[in-house]
Design a protein around this ligand. Sequence first.
Ligand SMILES: [Fe+2]
Length: 233
Amino acid sequence: MLDIHSHFLPKMDDGSKSTEMSMEMLRSSRKQGVRTIVSTSHFYGTEESPESFLRRRKHAVNKLLPLLSDSEPEILLGAEVFYYPGISRSEAIPQLAIEGTDLVMIEMPFITWSDRIFDELISLQYNHRLHIVLAHVERYQKLQKRDMYAQLFEQPFYFQCNASAFTSFRSRRLALRLLDNGQLHFLGTDCHNTDKRPPNMEEARSVIEKKLSPGVWRRLRREMIDRFDSHKL
Ligand SMILES: [Fe+2]
């Protein structure tokens, strides 16, 4: 299983608070069947330079490297890049793509969206030859007008849902519908720690197997890997 969204790097953002917590998160992920985990620490382009972010990320991952063994998943480095106007013209964005791929994870702003935002993201894809993975798309239902939210799923991006989308009563219907429609391209845990937001892939598996079928879970797992591999450079 691939977990494309996580915050396990120690002291990088609001995720893991220590190397011990990071290792616990990684081991728990591995026990839940995660073989590859992508680190997607928050990146806010209006507050920090990409160089500073990449330096901090290197420092954080270097603290973990000596501790890793076969009991943890393979680690790939990326970022969760928060949208800002003008992002499509930033030369630095390709450096924030998921290691070894042309995939970049974008976090949509928590405002009511306009067409301009979609246009900017399409320019970002086109200018840098990247493919966007939109993070936790289930989160924005309340903020958007119904037609604008529907428009999201017509955009040429990949859509990622958090595992918790399947366990939360508020988002379960949407997550199951996206999965059923073939519009859930990636599932991620967005794990931040070991208590309030722990690795929870197992919980999503359980809901999907129960509400749909074990076959649907197996297919999702396989399709995610194939999709991810098709973007390797
Ligand atoms: Fe996240």
